[in-house]
Structures are given as C-alpha cells and as structure tokens.
Design a protein around this ligand. Structure first.
Ligand SMILES: C[S@@+](CC[C@H](N)C(=O)[O-])C[C@H]1O[C@@H](n2cnc3c(N)ncnc32)[C@H](O)[C@@H]1O
Length: 213
C-alpha cells in the first residue's frame, strides 16, 4: 500500500463501525445505480470493487457475477464487511488499487462507488484501473462531483466547512472535480465512456460506465 494511502486510511478505520450501522442515505438513487450496473454484469464476470467500504454493495451485486473481489484500504472497513453474512463468490480484501495481489488484466469489470472524489493521485489510480482490465473491460464508477456550480445551500456550506474539518481529522481528503473534468480524466486514461447518469441529480453523484480501449 502506498504511504499516502495508508495515512488517509485511519480516518476510515475510525468511521467503519458507524458507517456499517448507517442506513443508505438515498435508497432511490442507490437502487437506480444498482439497476444500471447489473445490466453490464454477467454470471461469468470476474469483478473487482475498489473502496468497497463495509461490503453491502458487493453482496448486492454478487448474485449477478461469477465472482467479486471487494477491496478497501481501510482494515476497519474490511473487518466490518467480513462480519456480514457473506456469499460464496465474494472475497473481501484489505488492499488499495496498487496492491500487487491484483494482477493486471485479471478483471472483466472494475467498480468504484463513492471513491474517486477521495483519491488525490487520481490520474495514476485511473491508469492502474486501466491496467487491471483487459481491452474491452469495463470500469464502472459513481462519484460525487463537488466542483459543479450551484450545489445548493447545504452543500455550499459543507464545502466551506470541509477544510476546517480536515484540520481536526473530521473529514477525509476530497477532490472538487466537475462532471466534465472527471469524464475528461477517465477518457484521458484510455477509456471510451459508454454511459453516464446522475443518481441523485443534485448534488450530482456522477455515474460513468467506461470501456477500456
Ligand atoms: C464514502 S466510502 C464509500 C464506501 C462504499 N463504496 C459505498 O459506496 O458505500 C469510501 C470508501 O473508500 C475507501 N477509500 C478511500 N480512499 C481509498 C483509497 N485510496 N484506496 C482504497 N480505498 C479507499 C474508504 O476506506 C471507504 O471505505
């Protein structure tokens, strides 16, 4: 694991127990996302999930996949995931995207939900995701685009609070990509974007399905 990654993992370790206990904040948007993701999966697919958190989404998607390796750089999150009732074709793994156990070209689908906005070395990470897929493989991501204008009062306020909260360890690193900026980075990493959406629309949690060129 990289030094930068491991220094950020502590925040998520502290959050893990509470994160698992929390209900999903927008069930409609979550279900819309799952419905779109499932259309790209098949019982023969080998999937990798990055930043799986406490593993709920991996377990939801498992019935539509051959197998899924669900990873997170927070040992606390993985411990919470492993404490859930599992499924035979799901393996939880304490690892970040650069971990050597993840072999280049080994996955048909790489997924990352609510993760890209938390990664500082995003272009290097996208290059690595590209390498983990064979040509034609799919990268499916959903990530808040906090650089969009007119996020609304609540999120505008939150945006001003984040630097203060970061100073006292109460918020993680966050990026402020726009939708166009994020899509450009994904395309630049060697992907063809095949579907996009926002679930929810405001503030935009941007869904992207991209095929490795
Ligand atoms: C906002 S939570 C999202 C969890 C889950 N994917 C979901 O949608 O509920 C972000 C997760 O990404 C993990 N994470 C953050 N930065 C990471 C990185 N660089 N590599 C791997 N995991 C990371 C955190 O530990 C945390 O579990």
């Amino acid at each position: 694991m990289t030094q930068t990654a491991s220094t950020h993992a502590g925040f998520w370790d502290r959050m893990a127990r509470k994160y698992r206990a929390q209900p999903i904040s927008d069930m409609t948007a979550y279900q819309q996302t799952l419905d779109r993701v499932i259309t790209y999966l098949s019982p023969s697919s080998r999937a990798l999930e990055l930043g799986c958190g406490t593993g709920g989404t991996a377990l939801e998607l498992a019935p539509f996949l051959g197998e899924i390796v669900a990873t997170d750089f927070s040992a606390g999150m993985i411990a919470q995931a492993e404490a859930r009732e599992g499924a035979e074709n799901v393996r939880f793994l304490h690892a970040d995207v650069f971990d050597g156990v993840l072999e280049p070209g080994a996955f048909d689908v790489v997924m990352a939900f609510n993760l890209l906005h938390l990664i500082d070395d995003i272009d290097v990470s996208l290059a690595r995701i590209h390498a983990l897929l064979p040509p034609g493989g799919l990268f499916i991501s959903k990530s808040p685009c906090l650089g969009e204008p007119r996020l609304g009062f609540k999120f505008g306020l939150m945006r001003r609070m984040i630097p203060l909260m970061q100073r006292v360890g109460k918020a993680p690193f966050v990026r402020y990509d726009t939708i166009a900026g994020l899509e450009a980075r994904i395309a630049q990493a060697g992907f063809d974007i095949v579907e996009t959406g926002n679930y929810p629309i405001r503030p935009p949690n941007h869904f992207v399905v991209a095929r490795r060129l």
